[in-house]
Ligand binder design. Structure first.
Ligand SMILES: CC(=O)N[C@@H](CC(=O)O)C(=O)O
Ligand SMILES: [Zn+2]
Length: 313
């Protein structure tokens, strides 16, 4: 990557991977990737190799999120450099394998782009997840996808938080992209969710093909929702949940939550109000997989990011 006259140059993105089954019970990604492993015609584009890959086959087989530990938290420097041994948790072994195949993370040999396909039980619609607000290649891709699918919508969640950011499977790539589509229950396939995921990926691959052909993408702004805070369920001293997501908040991902708005409801029916300093945009509301992570939802703030002009080096 280099910068000249305000435009940013990137190498062609020739090595692209599409991950499914990072969580073995998120069925749209698992099913699409299995489909493309059998027949990859749909994901082929001129000038790039798109490799479909099931990242956690044991979890897929059991239709569970993970076997020993969450694979999408396992790509830390400590895990990736841990001495190999059969005593390592399965997902840590797998992270090392994936890092060898698609990385090494942070190196010039790493894959250019990895799309990681996820489903959420939250009512988030189509969401693209970024980890870096300065990745102008990814920001331009987000802008392209948003325009391509309009009037349908697709929001961008930016997880760049110093404490809440985690070491994802896709973080092995130079340009990591998470694709999160919901609502879809764990272990269930819904045709509308499956098709939305498929269409977003089609546009994403089209963008890379155009970029590799030499198309210049002019500067633009991209609306993103930046992760601010994790909010846990109210709990008693034993750690048991004592309230549920309030009906006014349930399914209202991306809608403003203002100070004084109800966010939880106790089993006795008593509302608990949001007391933050200003309006936030909650998402991942009541995600099933996050009960174990002590997270009822995450708050975000809306931001407009500037994407520089990009072209190929
Ligand atoms: C529901 C779910 O699994 N969400 C993903 C989000 C991501 O890929 O960043 C996760 O927690 O790993
Ligand atoms: Zn997931």
């Amino acid at each position: 990557m280099s910068s000249l006259n305000g435009s940013v140059c990137f190498d062609e993105a020739r090595r692209v991977a599409i991950f499914g089954g990072t969580h073995g019970n998120e069925m749209s990604g698992v099913t699409l990737v299995n489909l493309w492993v059998k027949n990859g015609a749909e994901i082929q584009r001129k000038g790039l190799e798109a490799k479909p890959f099931i990242t956690n086959p044991r979890a897929v087989k059991k239709c569970t999120r993970y076997v020993d530990t969450d694979l999408n938290r396992a790509f830390s420097p400590e895990n990736l450099s841990a001495p190999w041994g059969d005593d390592l948790p399965y997902e840590v072994q797998r992270a090392q394998e994936i890092n060898r195949l698609f990385g090494p993370k942070g190196s010039p040999e790493a894959y250019d782009v990895i799309f990681d396909l996820h489903n959420t039980t939250s009512n988030m619609g189509c969401t693209l997840i970024l980890e870096n607000s300065k990745d102008h290649f990814n920001l331009q891709m987000m802008n392209y996808i948003k325009k391509a699918i309009a009037p349908a919508s697709c929001l961008v969640l930016l997880n760049e938080h110093p404490l809440l950011k985690y070491s994802t499977s896709r973080s092995v790539a130079k340009h990591p992209v998470g694709l999160e589509v919901g609502p879809q229950p764990q272990g269930v396939l819904r045709s509308n969710i499956f098709e939305s995921m498929r269409i977003i990926l089609k546009h994403a691959l089209d963008f890379i093909e155009l970029f590799n052909e030499g198309v210049e993408f002019p500067a633009c702004t991209v609306e993103v929702f930046r992760v601010l805070e994790r909010v846990d369920y109210p709990r008693d001293t034993n750690g048991n949940i004592i309230a549920m997501v309030h009906p006014n908040l349930q399914d209202c991902d991306w809608e403003p939550l203002n100070p004084g708005d109800p966010m939880f409801q106790t089993f006795e029916g008593k509302p608990i109000y949001y007391q933050g300093p200003g309006t936030v945009y909650p998402t991942f509301i009541n995600e099933a997989a996050y009960y174990e992570k002590q997270q009822a939802f995450v708050t975000t703030r809306r931001e407009a990011l500037v994407a520089s002009t990009i072209r190929k080096a």
